[in-house]
Design a protein around this ligand. Structure first.
Ligand code: FAD
Length: 497
């Protein structure tokens, strides 16, 4: 019997649990991807993400062919098209991996109901997380709202499963890509199935992002490389540090220095699923086994904690979908945001006059990616120095980021705004202090603001640059000292609760 495997945010053949389950049942598996206008034509879609998606799908289609079968790419509404594709292909079962976002969950519910209604079986399970959201709860049986205790539970579960090794239930050992699959023969379809197949809105070749109407010119600057092959080699280059002293073994403190390539650049790969979290975890484990110094072991542990942050925000969104709609802490709904559109535009365009902010926004605008330290700095600045509702920032990131992901982006913004689950109430970054600490030679600032490269390092860090030296770059639009005091006063006047 034929199975369909529906790819969504798991654009790879290797270590894809849903696909592995399908291939274990039968070699007659056909891949399916539906180019959903609700995602591709969403006003929040970033050109960088369209590029990453299209390039990854092109490679995925080639991999399906090499594995003996094909990837059927359809364009339209999955709720209608997945059941139709199953009928046309004569599929007995459609398998896919579960998702955490409210849109995806509702879509999947509709698709599953339609499939079951027509007698097609459905197989779904978790793949994109090491620990499924339902499997991680506090002692009282509640979902976690605080990262620290979540991390302890998560690490305990993950390490316990890793210790049990390959082949055991819940093993974290990555599984190989299927091979020797059997393709369906569209020419042999008959009757209603043949006409259904003909009527499917098929794309014979995956269009490029340009063909879909997106223009992204930052591919060479973006650290995230599309496709399964690139994700794996990026992971290897990063984690090989266990032996050769690469970035993973120096992640702490390298991860905090935006002027250095100290992080993995795997965020888009993990978000689109060209890489699995088990592959990432396995690489860290291998590096751990080879590590010789305390620094290396600490670094690997810190990187694993970042993988846990990813899972923390996903389980949070899964259990509290209302996070997507606004501040988690209710008193923030009453905050008197100033939302000055001129200031918002200056922030978006990297024209605030503060070099560390403008360099970071330039990195985002030009490359589709921004270093984590800088994401925290520009987010704090937008909210606490410009007194602009963090949801404007969340949106501005989403329309630009190659790795833009509802759970991580919303989590990051709520953390920065102090409106989220984080127990610490108020956190205000001083941009200049941050720059002094994490970009002490202004390497990062000069890289992204070459027009200010001639300015003395101390002035680039403080933002206190003589007018003649600015060469057209604006003077600071606000004073951190004044604005953070104003922000604190507004915050103090908020109703508690
Ligand atoms: P590494 O340092 O190599 O970390 C490894 C992986 O861990 C990352 O690829 C990512 O999957 C995960 N990770 C690391 N830090 C975090 C974190 N704080 N939260 C969740 N996952 C994390 N990350 C996204 O993937 N998508 C987003 O839309 C996003 N928006 C953000 C918005 C704000 C305001 C902030 C402060 C952070 C945001 N992050 C987001 C988290 C983080 O900045 C990126 O994951 C990280 O910079 C990606 O670089 P990397 O792959 O080199 O990470």
């Amino acid at each position: 019997e034929r199975w369909l495997f529906w790819h969504r945010r798991d654009l790879r053949l290797a270590d894809n649990l849903g696909l592995a389950a399908a291939a274990a049942a039968t070699p007659a598996v056909t891949g399916l991807y539906v180019l959903d206008p609700a995602i591709v034509a969403d006003p929040l879609m970033a050109p960088a993400r369209a590029w990453f998606l299209c390039e990854s799908l092109r490679e995925l289609a080639a991999r399906w062919r090499a594995a003996g079968s094909r990837l059927l790419i359809l364009r339209g509404d999955p709720a209608a098209l997945v059941p139709l594709a199953a009928q046309a292909a004569g599929a007995a079962v459609v398998a896919w991996n579960r998702e955490v976002e409210p849109y995806g969950r509702e879509r999947d519910r509709q698709v599953a109901a339609a499939l079951r209604g027509q007698g097609t079986r459905v197989l779904v399970d978790w793949d994109q997380l090491l620990v499924a959201p339902e499997a991680i709860r506090t002692g009282a049986g509640e979902p976690y709202r605080v990262y620290g205790p979540f991390l302890r539970n998560w690490r305990g579960q993950v390490e316990g499963r890793a210790a049990r090794g390959a082949g055991s239930a819940g093993s974290l050992e990555p599984v190989a890509a299927p091979s020797g699959l059997l393709d369906l023969d569209p020419g042999a379809l008959q009757g209603e199935r043949a006409s259904l197949w003909e009527a499917l809105p098929r794309l014979d070749a995956m269009p490029s992002a340009e063909e879909l109407g997106f223009s992204f010119s930052g591919a060479d600057l973006c650290p995230c490389r599309p496709g399964e092959a690139a994700a794996l080699s990026q992971l290897q280059a990063f984690a090989d540090g266990g032996v050769n002293g690469g970035p993973l073994t120096a992640y702490e403190p390298g991860r905090n220095l935006p002027g250095e390539a100290g992080t993995s650049g795997l965020s888009a790969a993990l978000s689109f699923g060209t890489l699995s979290p088990r592959q990432a975890w396995a690489a860290a484990r291998e590096a751990r086994a080879l590590a010789r110094s305390t620094e290396a072991l600490t670094s690997i542990g810190v990187w694993e904690q970042e993988l846990a942050w990813r899972e923390f925000y996903q389980q949070a969104l899964f259990h509290f979908p209302e996070l997507a709609d606004g501040p988690y802490r209710p008193q923030w709904r009453h905050f008197p945001w100033e939302d000055d559109p001129v200031r918002l535009r200056a922030w978006e365009e990297g024209l605030t006059g503060l070099p560390i902010i403008d360099a970071a926004m330039r990195q985002l605008n030009e490359s589709g990616w921004m270093h984590n330290r800088c994401r925290m700095i520009v987010a704090s600045y937008l909210v606490k120095d410009l007194i602009i509702d963090w949801r404007h920032g969340e949106r501005a990131f989403m329309v630009r980021l190659v790795d833009g992901d509802l759970a991580a982006n919303n989590g990051g913004w709520q953390w920065s705004a102090s409106s989220g689950m984080d127990p610490r109430p108020l956190r205000i970054f001083n941009p200049s202090t941050q720059a002094a600490k994490f970009d002490p030679e202004a390497t990062y600032i000069r890289r992204w603001l070459p027009e200010l490269a001639h300015v003395a390092t101390a002035d680039l860090i403080s933002g206190d640059i003589a007018p003649l030296e600015r060469r057209g770059h604006p003077a600071p639009i606000v004073s951190h000292k004044i604005q953070q005091a104003r922000f604190k006063a507004l915050y103090a006047a908020l109703p508690r609760g």
